[in-house]
Design a protein around this ligand. Structure first.
Ligand SMILES: Nc1ncnc2c1ncn2[C@@H]1O[C@H](COP(=O)(O)OP(=O)(O)OP(=O)(O)O)[C@@H](O)[C@H]1O
Ligand SMILES: [Mg+2]
Length: 1243
C-alpha cells in the first residue's frame, strides 16, 4: 500500500500478521510471538478483528503526525497497517455517516498506555473533523482539558509515571456534519488518599509539584509557599518529588495555557491555587498531645503559623480552622456535644479535610470544564448522555480512559487498599463488558440466529463482579453494612464478615478460609480476590473509613463559612440551614452506581476496543517481557477473542438496515424492495456474486465472515452512490436544462421577435433613409427641374413683362404722342381756325367796313338832303343799327368764338379726362399687374424657398449619406429603383389589363425597358385568359367550339357566307326532332337515334336541278333524308361512304356529298352524289366532317371550289358555280342541267 509521502518507513515492512485472526496456528505462543516480533519492529498495534491490541512502546514513535493522520483518513480499517487512527476513523465515520453513537473502550493495566491512546484518538478526531473558528475553539478546549485534568488527577506511581488516579469518560458531541460541538466529561472516584499519603517511590498529584517547582515566585509568595516540595509533609514522605520522565515546568505551562483556553477566569485560577496551597499548608500542621482535665486526650497546635496561613488562604479565621481541626461536635441525645480530638484524630481530621478539599476541587474542576466545553444552546435530555440541540440529537463518541488494573506487590512494602479494590472492580466490569460483547453475546447470538457454531470456551468474570457488587452478599454491600452497622465496627470485623459470607466463593481467599489457612503469603488482615487479571491481596485497613468517607461536621461547617470563592460551593453540607440527616451514600456504593451507569451508557453505544498491553515493568522501551505479556494476554482473554473471531463472522447486522444500506447494489432492491428483508439481502449478495462462504443468514441478521467483503461492499456502494448521484444530477441537470431551454426558447422567441422587429425597423429605417435619399435626389432633381423651369418662366415672365412694359410704354408713348399730336393738331386747328376765323372776321369786318363805308358814302351821296336829317336819322339809325348789328355780330362772333373756345376747351377737357381715365386705367392695370406680379413673385419666392429648403435638406442628407450612398445605398437604391419601377410597371399593368376576351387585341403600352417583359406577359396573359375562357366551357360548349374550329378550318377565308356564321352558335336540331315522339318511336332503337343535326333542306334534283324539300337528319352514323311530314326515310347515306364534300366559295348554300363508289353496285351509290341546299351549310359540313372523323378516324376531303366533278347516276357531271350578278348578293341560285354540266348561277 503506497503511503503518504510523510508517512514513515515503519509502515512499509509489515512484520508478522497484522490481524491475529489470520494466525496459523492459533496458539498463545504464536500470538505472543507475533506481538513480540511486531513490537520489536516498532509495530505496536495488532488487530483481532476490529479490536486493536496496543503494546506500550515506552518511547516516542513517529506514528502520530499529520501525514499519518492523512493516510488513515477515510480509509477502511484493513487497508493500512493496524493503528489507533484506523479504529478512531472507523468509529468516527460510523458515527458521522450511520448516526451510530460510538464508544471506544480502552482497557489494560496501569501503565499500558490507555491515557496515551485516548489522547491519540482525540488528536485524530480533532484533525479529521471540520474546521472553523467555533469548531476549532471546541476542539482546542476538549484537547486542553487533558493537561489540566492530568495535572490534577494523575500522579507518578511505581507502575506509571503518569498514572491516571481517576476514571475518565469523555463524550465528544458532534453535529450532523461530524464537527465537534462540545463534550461532557464524567470523572470516576479520584484516588484522594494520595493527597495525604503516597507509597514509596510515588508522588502525589502532579499539580502540587508543578505549582511549587514552576509557579511564579510572586504567586508562590502570595500563596505563602516555598518552591520546594520537600518542605511539605504531604509531598516528602514517599521520598519522590522529582521524576526524570516528567517535565513539571512544561506541564505546568500547559496547565496554565489549558486553563486559559478552557475559559477559567483569573479569580477561579487563583482560587484553585489557593486551595492547592492550603492543602499543602494543612499538611504541614502538626499537633502536640494534651491531656484534658477530664482525662481525655486532646491536642494543641504546634504549627499555628501553618494554620494561620492556611486560614488566610481559605478565607476563614485561624480559630475557626484550628477549632475545626482539633474538635468534633457530635449530637448526643439531641444535644450537640463538642469534644477535643486526640492527636491521631486531629491528623485524621486534617487529612480527611485535605482529601475532601482536593477531591471536591477536582470534581468542581471537571464540572467547570464541562461548563466550558458544553454547547450553550444544548439542552440536555433526561439521559445526560443523549444531548438535544434545537430538537436535534447530536451524535456522540465516547472515550473511556479509566485507571487500569492495579496490583501492588506486598513484597515491596506496598499494599493494595480500598482504592485498588475500587479500581480493579471497575476493570472487572470493563472486562465483563468486553466478554459480554465479544465472547458471550457473540457466541450466543450465533446460536440464537441459528448459525452453525462450535462453542469457544472462555473465562467469564461475571462471577467475580457478582462477588464484589451483589446486592446483599457482595463485598461492597458487606462493607456498607459494616460501615452502617451500629456498634464497634472495624476493618477487622469487616474482614470477619467477608470471611463468613464469602469463604465459599472460588474467587475469595482469606487466612480464615479453610482452603487458605496454610497460605503464608496471605496476611491475616487481608483478603485476596482472584481477579480476571490476577490475584490481588487487599489489606482491609482503612476500608471502612475510606468507604464511609466521612468528614467531621465541624470541618465541613468551617469550610462552608470560609470566604473563599469555591469552598462554600464545595462543602454544601456545611450549611447549617441545609442540614440533612440522611447519611450520604458510601464511596463504594457511589462508585458502584456510577460504574453501573457507565456500563449502561457503554452498552447503549457501538463499542470499539483498544486492549493495551504493558511490555515490561520497568517502563523500558524495546523490552518485551514474555511472562508479563503472556499474563496480560491471558487475563484479557485475547486468545478467546481471536478464536471466536476466527470462527465467527466479523460483521452482522439486522436485515433491514443492511438492506437499506446496500439496496442500491441490486436492480431488484433499488429503489424499493417489497419482499422480506432477508430475501432482499439475498438478492443483493447474489447479484454481487459473493461467494456463499462469505456470509450466513441468521434468523434476523446477516452475518459477514470477512470485513473485506464489507469494505468491498462499501466500495461498491460508494461507487454505486456516486453513479446514482451522477444519475440524479444528470436527471436534475437535464430537467433543469430543459426548463432553462424552455425559458430560453420563450426568451428566444421574444428576443427573435424583438430582433426581427428591430431588424425590420432597421430595414425600414434604412429603406426610409434610402427612400429619403432617393426622395431627396428625386426632389432635388425635381426641384432643380422646377427651379430651372421657374427660372425660365421667370425669365420669360420678366422678358414678357419687360417686353409688355416696353410695349405698353411704347403704346403709351405712341398714344401720348398721338394725344399730344392730336392736342397739338387740335390746338393748331383751333389756332388756325381761330386765325382763319379771325382773318375771315377781319376780312368780313373789312368788307363790312368797306361796305359800310360804301353804303355810307352812297347814303351820304344819295340822301344828301333827303334827308340830311333822315339820313342823319337814318344814318343815325343805321349807324345805331349797324352798331347794334356789329355789336350783335361781334358779340355773336365773340360768343361763337367763346363757344368754340369752350367747346374746344370741353373737348380738350374730355380728351384730357379720357386720357386721364385711360392713364388711370393703365396705371391701375399696371398697379394690379404689379400687385399680381409681386404676389406671384411672393408666391414663387415662398414656393422657391420651400424648394430651396428641400433642396438644402436633400443636399444635407446627400452630404451625410453620399459616402455611404455610393457604397451601400447606391446599389440598394438602384435595386430599389429597379424594383420600384418593376413594381410600378406591374401595378400599372395590373390596373390596366385588357378585357378577358380572347379576341381582344388590346395590350397596354410598356416603357421601353419592359418591352420584352411586356411581350412575354402579353403572351402569358393571352394564354391565361384563353385558358380561363376555355375553363368556362362545359363538354357541350367545348364540342361546339370544336365544331366551330372545324368550320373555321374549312371555311375561313374560303367561303363568303362563312364570316357571318362565326358568332352564330350551331344549333344542331333546328326542328326539335329529338323531342318528336314519332322520331323517337321510329329511330330510338336504331343506330341513328342520336340527332347531330336536323333541318329541312332542299335536295337538288340531279336530273334537272330542281329542288325538293326534305328533312335532313345527321345521326352519329348516317345522313338521313326524311319526308318532312311523315318522317318516312327517303335516303340513308352512311357517313362512312361520304368521301368528299364540295361547296363553292360564293354565297350559295349548296353542298355536294360525294359518295364512295361501291363495286357491288349499291342502290345508293348507283344514284351518285347528293346535292343539298341549306342555310346552315357551314354547320352541316362541320358536323358531317366531325362525325365522319369520329367514325372512320379520318377527315373527309372538303373542297371549296368553283368547279367540281360529281357523279350523278353513273354520269360524271361537271358542276360549275358562277357569280351571276355580283351586285346582288342575295345568295339565291339558279340551277340548270345541260348534259354533263350542271351550272349553278347565283342571282
Ligand atoms: N503510544 C505510546 N507511545 C509512546 N509512549 C507511550 C505510548 N503509550 C504509553 N506510553 C508511555 O507509557 C506511559 C504510560 O502510559 P499511560 O499513562 O497512557 O498509561 P495508562 O494505561 O493510562 O496507565 P494508568 O492506568 O496508570 O493511567 C506514558 O506516560 C508514556 O510515557
Ligand atoms: Mg492513564
Amino acid at each position: 500500500m503506497a503511503l503518504h509521502s510523510g508517512a514513515l518507513q515503519i509502515f512499509e515492512n509489515n512484520v508478522g500478521v497484522s490481524d491475529a485472526v489470520l494466525l496459523d496456528p492459533v496458539t498463545e505462543d504464536v500470538f505472543i510471538k507475533n506481538i513480540q516480533d511486531r513490537f520489536q519492529h516498532q509495530q505496536i498495534y495488532t488487530y483481532i478483528g476490529n479490536v486493536v491490541v496496543s503494546v506500550n512502546p515506552y518511547e516516542k514513535l513517529p506514528l502520530y503526525n499529520h501525514s499519518v493522520v492523512e493516510e488513515y483518513r477515510s480509509r477502511n480499517i484493513y487497508e493500512l497497517p493496524p493503528h489507533i487512527y484506523a479504529i478512531a476513523d472507523d468509529a468516527y465515520r460510523s458515527m458521522r455517516d450511520r448516526s451510530l453513537d460510538q464508544c471506544i473502550i480502552i482497557s489494560g493495566e496501569s501503565g499500558s498506555g490507555k491515557t496515551e491512546a485516548s489522547k491519540v484518538i482525540m488528536q485524530y478526531v480533532a484533525e479529521v473533523s471540520g474546521k472553523g473558528q467555533e469548531i476549532d475553539r471546541v476542539k482546542e478546549q476538549l484537547l486542553q482539558s487533558n493537561p489540566v485534568l492530568e495535572a490534577f488527577g494523575n500522579a507518578k506511581t511505581t507502575r506509571n509515571d503518569n498514572s491516571s488516579r481517576f476514571g475518565k469518560y469523555m463524550d465528544i458531541e458532534f453535529d450532523y456534519k461530524g464537527d465537534p460541538v462540545g463534550g461532557v466529561i464524567t470523572n470516576y472516584l479520584l484516588e484522594k488518599s494520595r493527597v495525604a499519603v503516597q507509597s514509596n517511590g510515588e508522588r502525589s498529584f502532579h499539580i502540587f509539584y508543578q505549582l511549587l517547582r514552576c509557579g511564579d515566585p510572586k504567586l508562590l509568595s502570595a500563596l505563602k509557599l516555598v518552591a520546594d516540595p520537600h518542605k511539605y509533609n504531604f509531598l516528602n514522605t514517599s521520598g519522590c518529588t522529582d521524576v526524570e520522565t516528567i517535565n513539571d515546568a512544561a506541564d505546568f505551562a500547559a496547565v496554565q495555557n489549558g486553563l486559559k483556553i478552557i475559559g477559567f477566569r483569573g479569580e477561579e485560577i487563583t482560587a484553585l491555587w489557593q486551595l492547592v496551597a492550603a492543602i499543602l499548608k494543612l499538611g504541614n500542621v502538626q499537633f502536640s498531645p494534651r491531656t484534658n482535665a477530664d482525662n481525655t486526650d486532646g491536642c494543641d497546635l504546634s504549627t499555628p503559623k501553618e494554620v494561620e496561613e492556611a486560614a488566610g488562604l481559605l478565607g476563614c479565621s485561624y480559630d475557626t480552622l484550628a477549632h475545626a481541626l482539633m474538635h468534633r461536635t457530635v449530637a448526643v441525645k439531641g444535644d450537640m456535644v463538642t469534644t477535643d480530638l486526640s492527636v491521631p484524630a486531629s491528623y485524621y481530621a486534617r487529612d480527611a479535610l485535605c482529601k475532601a478539599i482536593y477531591s471536591r476541587m477536582f470534581s468542581w474542576l471537571v464540572n467547570r470544564i464541562n461548563d466550558s466545553i458544553k454547547q450553550d444552546s444544548i439542552s440536555r435530555s433526561r439521559d445526560k448522555h443523549k444531548l438535544v440541540r434545537g430538537g436535534q440529537r447530536t451524535k456522540v463518541m465516547g472515550v473511556l480512559d479509566i485507571y487500569g488494573f492495579e496490583v501492588f506487590e506486598t513484597s515491596q512494602g506496598q499494599s493494595n487498599s480500598f482504592e485498588q479494590f475500587i479500581i480493579n472492580y471497575c476493570n472487572e466490569k470493563l472486562q465483563q463488558i468486553f466478554i459480554e460483547l465479544t465472547l458471550k453475546e457473540e457466541q450466543e447470538e450465533y446460536i440464537k440466529e441459528g448459525i452453525e457454531w462450535i462453542h469457544v470456551e472462555y473465562f467469564n468474570n461475571a462471577v467475580i463482579c457478582e462477588l464484589i457488587e451483589k446486592s446483599v452478599s457482595g463485598i461492597l454491600s458487606l462493607l456498607d453494612e459494616e460501615c452502617l452497622r451500629p456498634g464497634n465496627t472495624t476493618d477487622r470485623t469487616f474482614l470477619a464478615k467477608l470471611d463468613e459470607r464469602c469463604a465459599g466463593h472460588p474467587h475469595y481467599e482469606s487466612r480464615n478460609c479453610r482452603k487458605n489457612q496454610s497460605d503464608k503469603t496471605l496476611p491475616h488482615d487481608a483478603f485476596r480476590l482472584r481477579h480476571y487479571a490476577g490475584n490481588v491481596t487487599y489489606k482491609v485497613e482503612g476500608f471502612l473509613d475510606k468507604n464511609n468517607d466521612l468528614l467531621f461536621r465541624d470541618l465541613s461547617q468551617s469550610m462552608h463559612k470560609c470566604r473563599h470563592l469555591l469552598l462554600q460551593a464545595l462543602f454544601p453540607e456545611g450549611n447549617p440551614s441545609e442540614k440533612s440527616l440522611r447519611r450520604p451514600a458510601t464511596a463504594g456504593t457511589q462508585f458502584k452506581i456510577s460504574v453501573t451507569e457507565l456500563m449502561k451508557n457503554l452498552l447503549s453505544k457501538n463499542p470499539n476496543y483498544i486492549r493495551c498491553i504493558k511490555p515490561n515493568d520497568f517502563k523500558r522501551p524495546k523490552k518485551l517481557d514474555l511472562q508479563i505479556v503472556t499474563h496480560q494476554v491471558r487475563y484479557l482473554g485475547l486468545m478467546e477473542n481471536v478464536r471466536v473471531r476466527r470462527a465467527g463472522y466479523a460483521f452482522r447486522q439486522v436485515y433491514e438496515p443492511f438492506l437499506y444500506r446496500y439496496k442500491m447494489l441490486a436492480d431488484k432492491t433499488w429503489p424499493h424492495w417489497h419482499g422480506a428483508p432477508q430475501e432482499g439481502v439475498k438478492e443483493i449478495l447474489q447479484q454481487q456474486q459473493i461467494s456463499q462462504d462469505e456470509y450466513a443468514f441468521g434468523k434476523t441478521k446477516i452475518f459477514v465472515r470477512n470485513p473485506k467483503l464489507l469494505f468491498d461492499m462499501e466500495e461498491r456502494r460508494r461507487e454505486r452512490m456516486h453513479y446514482l448521484a451522477t444519475l440524479i444530477q444528470k436527471i436534475w441537470k437535464g430537467y433543469y436544462q430543459h426548463k432553462l431551454f424552455l425559458i430560453m426558447k420563450a426568451a428566444q422567441v421574444v428576443i427573435s421577435a424583438r430582433f426581427r422587429g428591430y431588424w425590420a425597423h432597421k430595414q425600414y429605417k434604412a429603406t426610409q433613409r434610402a427612400t429619403l435619399i432617393i426622395q431627396c435626389y428625386a426632389r432635388g432633381w425635381k426641384a432643380r427641374e422646377i427651379l430651372r423651369a421657374l427660372k425660365l418662366a421667370k425669365k420669360r415672365q420678366l422678358a414678357a413683362t419687360t417686353i409688355r412694359r416696353y410695349y405698353m410704354g411704347y403704346k403709351a408713348r405712341v398714344l401720348l404722342a398721338q394725344l399730344k399730336l392730336a392736342k397739338k393738331q387740335r390746338l393748331a386747328v383751333t389756332t388756325i381756325s381761330s386765325h382763319y376765323r379771325g382773318y375771315k372776321a377781319r376780312v368780313l369786318l373789312a368788307q363790312l367796313k368797306l361796305a359800310k363805308k360804301q353804303r355810307l358814302a352812297v347814303t351820304t351821296i344819295s340822301s344828301h338832303y333827303r334827308g340830311y336829317k333822315a339820313r342823319v336819322l337814318l344814318a343815325q339809325l343805321k349807324l345805331a343799327k349797324k352798331q347794334r348789328l356789329a355789336v350783335t355780330t361781334i358779340s355773336s362772333h365773340y360768343r361763337g368764338y367763346k363757344a368754340r373756345l369752350l367747346l374746344a376747351h370741353l373737348k380738350d377737357l374730355k380728351r384730357q379726362n379720357l386720357a386721364a381715365v385711360v392713364i388711370q386705367k393703365y396705371a391701375r392695370a399696371m398697379q394690379a399687374r404689379h400687385l399680381l406680379a409681386s404676389m406671384k413673385r411672393e408666391r414663387r419666392e415662398y414656393w422657391a424657398q420651400g424648394v430651396i429648403l428641400k433642396y438644402f435638406r436633400g443636399w444635407q442628407v446627400r452630404r451625410v449619406f453620399k459616402p455611404k450612398f455610393r457604397r451601400i445605398a447606391g446599389p440598394k437604391v438602384a435595386r430599389f429603383v429597379k424594383t420600384a419601377l418593376k413594381r410600378r410597371y406591374l401595378l400599372k399593368l395590373r390596373d390596366s389589363l385588357p378585357s378577358m376576351s380572347p379576341i381582344s387585341q388590346d395590350w397596354p403600352a410598356a416603357p421601353r425597358r419592359f418591352k420584352t417583359t411586356s411581350e412575354v406577359l402579353c403572351k402569358l396573359f393571352h394564354r391565361w385568359r384563353c385558358a380561363k375562357y376555355r375553363q368556362r366551357f362545359d363538354e357541350k360548349s367545348r364540342h361546339r367550339m370544336r365544331e366551330k374550329v372545324t368550320a373555321s378550318d374549312i371555311f375561313k377565308d374560303k367561303k363568303e357566307i362563312y364570316p357571318p356564321t362565326v358568332p352564330v352558335p350551331f344549333k344542331g336540331d333546328y326542328v326539335g326532332l329529338s323531342q318528336n315522339l314519332k322520331w323517337q318511336k321510329t329511330y330510338k332503337p336504331t343506330d341513328d337515334a342520336y340527332v347531330v343535326f336536323a333541318d329541312n333542306v332542299m335536295k337538288i334534283n340531279r336530273a334537272d336541278g330542281k329542288m325538293v324539300s326534305k328533312l335532313m337528319v345527321i345521326s352519329s352514323q348516317a345522313v338521313l333524308l326524311l319526308d318532312p311530314k311523315s318522317l318516312a326515310l327517303k335516303y340513308r347515306i352512311p357517313l362512312n361512304l361520304v368521301t368528299k364534300i364540295s361547296t363553292s366559295p360564293f354565297k350559295d348554300k349548296l353542298i355536294v356529298f360525294h359518295l364512295q363508289k361501291q363495286e357491288n353496285g349499291d342502290v345508293l351509290t348507283k344514284k351518285g352524289d347528293f346535292v343539298f341546299s341549306n342555310d346552315n351549310l357551314v354547320e352541316i359540313v362541320a358536323k358531317v366532317v366531325m362525325v365522319i372523323q369520329q367514325l372512320t378516324g379520318k377527315q373527309p376531303e372538303v373542297q371549296v371550289s368553283q368547279r367540281m366533278v360529281a357523279e350523278f347516276k353513273g354520269h360524271t357531271v361537271e358542276v360549275s358555280f358562277n357569280n351571276g350578278q355580283p351586285e346582288v348578293q342575295s345568295g339565291n341560285v339558279r340551277i340548270t342541267r345541260k348534259g354533263n354540266r350542271l351550272d349553278i348561277i347565283q342571282t
